[in-house]
Design a protein around this ligand. Structure first.
Ligand code: ATP
Length: 563
């Protein structure tokens, strides 16, 4: 049974919505309009362009699908072989989720309506074959793959009768990262100026920059809808938010273990998402907590979701974690927006998000559709700036994590035992990713490059590296860290040299008043001797980094195709 989220019953929409759509909603156990649905479906015309902001998990997907489908079904001579509704979303998984919701809504229509997806990670030829041979009246796409489609005339012809264009997560779709692709797509479909299609933009966050580009998809007189009061906090009320400061980065993993073990002691069917700054970091955490059994015995199933996984593995994880009654998902921002996993009770953020709005979206994976949840950050002193600079978020700082049952779990020992079993390569990759991510945020905490390296080297210690992994000189150069103290450099001949260690005598002072021990001087490279590679480049799915394949940790020239 679903939580009832609004006051107006859907039965009152009879006459404005087709009986089949109402029937489908009943089948979905959706009885009342949520506030955002009430506002959008209460517009004088369903055909109006609109910009809609509503909190996470409040039913925006139905708020755009219902009017779009209703409009389509009113067309008498509808050519079902052409795309009538085009929805664009930033990630493959979100696109698939929207298509699934659309299929539920159209399930009782006779004849039915086909909803196709165009997303990266699958064979283009197969997807395109079905698209060209079928009746894709609705298309949900990520921009990369749609652009691929539009390079040929036949798919372009399929899109020459578009009646409605929806941008879900509109602020992301209209940011610098996606803009070039979006512009190319818009130049291939009927022009907005001709007034042939309705535009709809939806998101939980609407940064002011979005106003400069809205004209690309919305008419100047578009309806502006928000369910968020100006003075209201941007996150869901039913989600208390807390930060647990730790004295040093070495305490992050034991604290996380302790938080999870205690949460599970309180709630045996714990279902939680742990957001990590990068894909490699999420992969490492998944391995560590796989060894620890999720938290404390009995084990919780562990899952990972990050852009470095193959598409079949991503798809399987999404299906499994949606169905799971309990478990821990270690994730990068690839699932930071839009994803609707039922019954998430706890969201934990390790480190700071790549941008402030991403905090809202991550927290929004819990407390959905009227349910309750809790959101927690675990931050080092160097990361506490995020809380200080964002007083709009109701993040309570009640000091370091404490719980009456915490003493039952020897978290420090459990973590160090688990770390001893993790292959060096996973740690090295996480180190490089951490370096890139921290560098991308350095302006936020007035850090110098030497501070960034020192912080990354401390991260290496915290994940059980005896010394910072050696990096190829070319990787260091691409990261803009050439000559920075504290790095271990692997030259072409395979020898390792050290830049003067950060924090040593005469080195630059640490940020937040931290002084760091010198590590790694003069020691040879360990393990494979290959040096950590695999690039750099900040976050997984952060702003300006369209999801899935373009973001994170891969040098630009090596990045595979994005979605
Ligand atoms: N009127 C309703 N009554 C009950 N449940 C609803 C209603 N509308 C939508 N839901 C359910 O609420 C959940 C969240 O909906 P949805 O994913 O559309 O949220 P959203 O606002 O798009 O969130 P986000 O900002 O995170 O993308 C889904 O499981 C959806 O099926």
């Amino acid at each position: 049974m679903r939580a009832e989220t609004g006051r107006v019953p859907y039965a009152e929409m009879a006459g404005r919505l087709r009986p089949e759509l109402l029937q489908a909603l009943t089948k979905m156990e959706i009885t009342h309009l949520s506030p955002v649905q009430e506002k959008v479906l209460g517009l004088p015309s369903f055909k109006q362009d609109c910009l809609v902001q509503a909190k996470t998990g409040t039913g925006k997907t139905l708020a755009f699908l219902l009017p779009a489908l209703q409009n389509l079904l009113e067309i008498k001579d509808l050519d079902r072989s052409k795309v009538g509704i085009l929805v664009m979303a930033p990630t493959r998984e979100l696109a698939q989720q929207i298509a699934d919701e659309c299929d539920k809504l159209t399930s009782v229509l006779r004849p039915g309506l086909e909803c196709h997806v165009a997303v990266g990670g699958n064979k283009k030829a197969t997807q395109l074959g079905k698209f060209l041979g079928g009746k894709p009246t609705i298309l949900v796409a990520t921009p990369g793959r749609l652009n691929d489609y539009l390079s040929d005339q036949a798919p372009r012809d399929k899109l020459n009768k578009v009646r409605c264009v929806v941008l879900d997560e509109a602020d992301r779709m209209l940011d610098d990262g996606f803009m070039p692709e979006l512009m190319r797509i818009l130049s291939q479909i009927p022009s907005k100026a001709e007034g042939k299609w309705q535009g709809m933009c939806f998101s939980a966050t609407m940064p002011p920059e979005i106003n400069k580009v809205l004209h690309l998809v919305l008419k100047p007189d578009h309806a502006k809808i928000t369910t968020i009061d100006k003075n209201e906090v941007p996150t869901v009320e039913l989600v208390p938010q807390q930060v647990f400061p730790v004295p040093s980065i070495n305490e992050i993993l034991p604290t996380l273990h302790s938080v999870l073990a205690c949460a599970k002691a309180d709630e045996p069917d714990l279902k939680a998402i742990i957001f990590c700054p990068t894909a490699r970091h999420a992969a490492l955490m998944y391995h560590i907590f796989g060894f620890t059994g999720g938290a404390a015995p009995p084990k919780l199933p562990v899952f990972q979701m990050q852009s470095r996984m193959s598409q079949p593995a991503r798809t399987r994880t999404i299906e499994d974690f949606k169905k799971a009654e309990r478990g821990l998902l270690f994730a990068s921002d690839v699932v930071g927006r839009g994803m609707d996993f039922p019954d998430i009770k706890l969201v934990i953020q390790i480190g700071v998000p790549s941008e402030k709005d991403q905090y809202v979206h991550r927290v929004g994976r819990t407390g959905r559709a009227g349910k309750i949840g809790t959101a927690v950050m675990i931050l080092t002193p160097e990361e506490m700036w995020f809380v200080d600079r964002n007083p709009q978020f109701p993040i309570q700082n009640t000091g370091p994590f404490a719980h009456p049952k915490a003493h039952l779990y020897p978290s420090t020992t459990i973590i160090s035992d688990a770390l001893a079993k993790i292959p060096d390569q996973a740690k090295e990759q996480a180190y490089v990713a951490n370096l890139g991510f921290t560098k991308s945020l350095m302006r936020h905490f007035n850090a110098k490059t030497a501070d960034v390296v020192r912080y990354a080297n401390d991260f290496a210690t915290s994940i059980g590296c005896a010394e910072p992994p050696a990096l190829q000189a070319s990787t260091i150069g691409k990261m803009g860290l050439k000559g920075v103290a504290g790095l271990r450099v692997l030259n072409k001949a395979g020898a390792v040299t050290n830049t003067r260690a950060a924090g040593g005598p005469g080195g630059p002072p640490g940020f937040s008043g931290h002084s760091r021990p010198t590590r790694g001087e003069g020691r040879p490279a360990r393990g494979r001797g290959g040096g950590a590679r695999g690039g750099f480049g900040a976050r997984d799915g952060g702003r300006g980094a369209p999801e899935g394949e373009r973001q994170g940790e891969e040098p630009r020239h090596k990045r595979p195709r994005r979605e």
